[in-house]
Design a binder for this molecule. Structure first.
Ligand code: ZN
Length: 338
C-alpha cells in the first residue's frame, strides 16, 4: 500500500510556496544562494521545523516570517520555486497549484516577485514531469490596497500566461483582517475569470463563515469549523474542502488526526481533496498524507484513487490537462492491477 501511494500520480491543490521547501532543500538553497550563511540558516531551519506539542496557529504564523527571508531576493525566490516544484515532482505529484503572497522589499517589487515565480515555474516545468499553476495570494493581515495591487498584477500576468496564473488564494492569519473588506478585490478577480481558493473556517468565526459561504468560492481551504449545514452547503454547491491532516494537527486547529473532519466528509460524500498546505514546515509530503489517511481512516486503494480523481476535477487545469491526468491515473491503476 505504501509503495502504491508513493508511486500514485498525485494532484496537489493547496501548497504555499514558502512553506513547501523541505529541510534538505532549504539547506541546498542556503548553500547555493546564500553561501557562507548556510550553517546559520540550517540552524534556524531546524528550530523552525521543530514544533512544540500543542503549538497554536498564531505561533505557526510567526515562524513563517523566517522562511520569507530566504526568498527575499530574486535569485533566492527563483531557486526556491524550482526546488519546491522538484520536491513535488519527486513525490510523483503530476499536477501542482502553488500559492504565494507577492512581497515587496528593497530587492523586488510585487510585480518582480510574481514575474520571477512565473518564470521559475516555466523553467521547472521544462525540467520535471509536472504541470504547475500559480495562485497569487491575498494576505488578509495586509492592507486592502495590497490586495487590490495583487489582483491587478494577477489579471495582467494571466493575460500573458493564462496557462500558469489561474486563480487567487485568500489566506493569512485568520484572526487578523476582515473578509468583507477584501470582497471587492476578490469579486473583481472572479469577474475577470480568476478562480478563488479561500481559506475558510480555519477558526470558529460564524459571522465570517456565513459571509464567505454567501460570497462563494471555487475551493475551500480547511473548512475546519464548518457545521454540518456548512458541509451540506459545500456539497450542494460542489465546493471541495482542501483537507490538510498534518498541518491542522501540528498547527493545533484539530486535536488528533483521527478527529479530523475528513472522516465526516467521506461519510457525507462532501467534495474533498487531500493536500499538504506547507509540507516543508510540517515535515510531510502528499504521499505521507495519503498514507496517514490510509492508516487512520482505513482508506482503500480505490478510495485514494477516487480522492485523486476528485482533485483532478476540482483543479484549475484546462479540460485537456484534466483529460491527460485522468489517462495517467488510469494507466497507473491498470498497470498496478496487472
Ligand atoms: Zn493554507
Amino acid at each position: 500500500m505504501i509503495k502504491f501511494l508513493r508511486e500514485l500520480p498525485k494532484v496537489e491543490l493547496h501548497a504555499h510556496l514558502n512553506g513547501s521547501l523541505c529541510i534538505d532543500s532549504i539547506r541546498e538553497l542556503a548553500e547555493n544562494v546564500y553561501g557562507k550563511q548556510a550553517e546559520e540558516f540550517t540552524a534556524m531551519c531546524e528550530r523552525f521545523i521543530t514544533f512544540e506539542k500543542g503549538a497554536k496557529l498564531n505561533e505557526c504564523f510567526e515562524k513563517f516570517g523566517f522562511v520569507h527571508e530566504l526568498t527575499s531576493t530574486r535569485k533566492g525566490l527563483q531557486y526556491a520555486t524550482e526546488l519546491a516544484v522538484r520536491d513535488f515532482a519527486k513525490d510523483n505529484v503530476m499536477y501542482l497549484e502553488l500559492r504565494t503572497t507577492p512581497k515587496s522589499n528593497a530587492n523586488m517589487s510585487r510585480r518582480d516577485y510574481l514575474e520571477t515565480v512565473v518564470e521559475s515555474i516555466k523553467n521547472a516545468c521544462n525540467q520535471y514531469a509536472i504541470t504547475v499553476k500559480l495562485l497569487p495570494s491575498i494576505n488578509r493581515s495586509e492592507p486592502v490596497e495590497v490586495a487590490e495591487e495583487t489582483v491587478a498584477l494577477s489579471l495582467e500576468l494571466c493575460q500573458n500566461d493564462p496557462d500558469i496564473v489561474v486563480g487567487i488564494d485568500f489566506s493569512g492569519n485568520p484572526s487578523q483582517g476582515k473578509f468583507s473588506d477584501f470582497m471587492p478585490a476578490l469579486e473583481l478577480a472572479r469577474k475577470h475569470g480568476l478562480k478563488l481558493a479561500v481559506h475558510c473556517a480555519e477558526i470558529d468565526n460564524p459571522t465570517e463563515i456565513r459571509e464567505m459561504l454567501k460570497f462563494g468560492m471555487s475551493r475551500c481551504g480547511h473548512g475546519t469549523f464548518l457545521s454540518s449545514s456548512g458541509f451540506a452547503h459545500m456539497k450542494d454547491h460542489n465546493i471541495p474542502i482542501e483537507c490538510c491532516l498534518t498541518s491542522n494537527v501540528k498547527s493545533g486547529t484539530v486535536s488528533t488526526v483521527s478527529a479530523h473532519h475528513l472522516k465526516e466528509l467521506m461519510e457525507a460524500d462532501v467534495p474533498k481533496v487531500l493536500c499538504t498546505d506547507d509540507c516543508g514546515v510540517f515535515d510531510t509530503t502528499l504521499s505521507d498524507e495519503f498514507i496517514l489517511a490510509n492508516e487512520t481512516f482505513g482508506l482503500t486503494k480505490s478510495q485514494c484513487i477516487g480522492l485523486t480523481m476528485e482533485a483532478i476535477q476540482h483543479s484549475f487545469a484546462t479540460p485537456q490537462e484534466k483529460l491527460k491526468m485522468k489517462m495517467q491515473l488510469y494507466s497507473y491503476t491498470r498497470r498496478h492491477e496487472n
